[in-house]
Design a protein around this ligand. Structure first.
Ligand SMILES: Cc1ncc(COP(=O)(O)O)c(C=O)c1O
Length: 374
């Protein structure tokens, strides 16, 4: 074996990232948005899938608006994107690092009067008008200008002199539940604040927000999770294509007698003779410990429950019901697949698909599918 296939041969698991599926998901969301622009949240290394590869694939679909959380994420991404692509830093500038936004051609999301003042000071010093998004807190109490800060802005409109506010932004707290009254409350608050402030663009919807209807679309949406295959609407079939699949390998197989224990703290004891396969993925790879005695893997389409605690580098599966011909060192084990989706794994782990994706580890061999035919 050479090159990539050699690395894949050595690795304990292969993470495949399906870029055509990602691009399909982008087109699907853009189509739902109609005239509103579809941006992309590529923070946290595009939810663990690789921000550079993901953003470049989305650029091929004409995406030009990328959202990260940290300035450092923007700096790392900048050289790999078209100059015309905007990179928005949702945390805004770390105090004192405003000039780096000019140096690296990225745009802050301003979340407070302090951040506005610092950005304005830079505009004054450079004698330039500088672009920014301003975030408003419409009820999540996490980021953005509080209603009191908005009042202070209204009382003194000059505080944004020298700043070209391209968009007002806010973030929805409960959008995956379409019945939650919080959605309408936040929409009304956002509309009311917009009406008070100078006219400019607006962005409210994350992935789930896009599915709340056109009232939530405004000029631009900022989906992340749905692009990466996570279900955007609770309790409805997932219309998105899976983007990440994870195939691990068996490293050892043993038969244990009734009463034998498995793994740290022996949280599982075999009720009868069992065949146990040890697989080369553990919590250090993001296979969460909360999947202990709860997760399921698939071998040649046959379900194999996880038994015992997840260790740092391994999990143990009860493969007693799997065809013996499929059980050998190196045999493939599907951990994330069309059957075992990110959302299913998340439910078993008592978490959300976002955490499953952003936990995906660095020891996997990563394979990017570039075209449909691969
Ligand atoms: C402010 C903001 N906008 C957009 C997103 C993307 O959200 P989602 O992944 O739910 O589409 C996030 C993600 O947490 C966010 O914090």
């Amino acid at each position: 074996m050479t090159g990539n296939s050699e690395a894949a041969g050595r690795a304990g698991a292969i993470l495949t990232i399906d870029l055509p599926a990602l691009r399909h998901n982008y087109r699907f969301l853009q189509n739902k948005l109609g005239k509103a622009r579809c941006g992309a949240a590529v923070k946290a290394d595009a939810y663990g899938l690789g921000a550079i590869k993901v953003a470049q694939a989305l650029q091929q679909e004409a995406c030009r608006d990328f959202f990260v959380a940290h300035l450092d994420e923007a700096i790392a991404l900048r050289p790999h994107l078209l100059a015309e692509s905007a990179i928005y830093v949702m945390h805004g500038s770390p105090v004192g690092y405003e000039a780096e936004f000019l140096e690296f051609n990225c745009t802050p999301v301003l979340n407070s009067l302090e951040q506005i003042a610092a950005w304005r000071a830079l505009a004054t010093a450079k004698q330039k008008t500088l672009p920014a998004i301003v975030q408003l807190d419409t009820g999540m109490s996490r980021m953005g200008m509080s209603p009191q800060e908005v009042q202070a802005w209204l009382a003194d409109p000059a505080i944004t002199q020298g700043i070209q506010v391209t968009h007002l932004m806010s973030h929805l707290a409960c959008a995956e539940d379409q019945q939650d009254p919080m959605n309408q409350q936040q929409l009304q608050t956002f509309r009311a604040l917009r009406a008070l402030l100078p006219a400019c663009g607006a962005t409210l919807a994350n992935s789930s927000g896009i599915f709340l209807g056109s009232d939530f679309h405004f000029d631009m949406a900022r989906p992340g999770a749905a692009l990466y295959g996570v279900a955007p609407v609770a309790d409805l079939p997932n219309p998105m294509k899976a983007v990440a699949s994870l195939q691990a390998k068996i490293i050892q197989i043993r038969t244990i007698a009734a009463g034998a224990g498995v793994g740290y703290s022996i949280t599982y004891r075999a009720p009868a003779a069992r065949t146990i396969a040890t697989v080369a993925v553990g919590y250090a790879d993001g296979w969460l410990r909360s999947l202990s005695n709860r997760g399921v893997a698939y071998i040649a389409g046959q379900a194999a429950p996880m038994v015992g605690n997840v260790s740092m580098d391994t999990i143990t599966l009860d493969v007693s019901n799997v065809d013996a011909a499929q059980l050998y060192p190196g045999a493939p084990v599907d951990l994330l697949s069309a059957t075992n989706t990110v959302d299913i794994v998340a439910r078993l782990a008592h978490t959300i698909g976002y955490e499953i994706l952003t936990s995906l580890g660095q020891r996997y061999h990563r394979h990017y599918l570039e075209s449909e035919s691969e």
